[in-house]
Design a protein around this ligand. Structure first.
Ligand code: ZN
Length: 147
């Protein structure tokens, strides 16, 4: 078991600590850094799991990327794709829905595509979710070439 960030070998305690708290394998140093990020932005754990799932698939993404207006859970700037993890999917109010739509409009105006992924999807279908994001990236890349 090695740190997903620096590949340092993990001891039992480091591994247990990181897995129990953030759900991914991280060394002490990267675990502390990740915990700070989570506290600052209320980052859903699923965003972190997806981030590392994408990294494993060779995707260079950014966690908690500041787009000028808000912090985006995951951004893949090369294809201008923003990914937001929905943690309160089943409690979506109409105020939240119109806010989401407005945010989507602003990102589109800036040339960004926003997709929202329910957190349960990452919990149960991480591999498939990563696979589909790779497909979305391919589509976006093709569109960028056309323009
Ligand atoms: Zn590390």
């Amino acid at each position: 078991m090695n740190c997903l960030e620096c590949n340092k070998e993990l001891g039992y305690l480091d591994h247990k600590n990181a897995m129990d708290t953030v759900g991914v394998e991280l060394c002490q140093q990267h675990f502390v850094r990740m915990k700070k990020l989570i506290q600052q932005h209320e980052t859903p754990l699923e965003a972190i799991q997806l981030y590392y799932g994408l990294k494993e698939a060779g995707v260079n993404a950014m966690l908690e990327w500041w787009d000028g207006k808000k912090s985006v859970d995951i951004a893949i700037s090369r294809v201008k794709l923003n990914i937001e993890i929905d943690t309160k999917y089943h409690m979506l109010t109409h105020e939240q829905a119109i806010n989401d739509l407005e945010e989507a409009m602003h990102s589109f105006k800036n040339g960004f595509t926003t997709i929202r992924i329910p957190h349960v999807l990452i919990k149960h279908y991480l591999k498939e979710t990563v696979h589909n994001i790779l497909g979305i990236m391919e589509g976006l890349r093709a569109n960028i070439k056309v323009i």
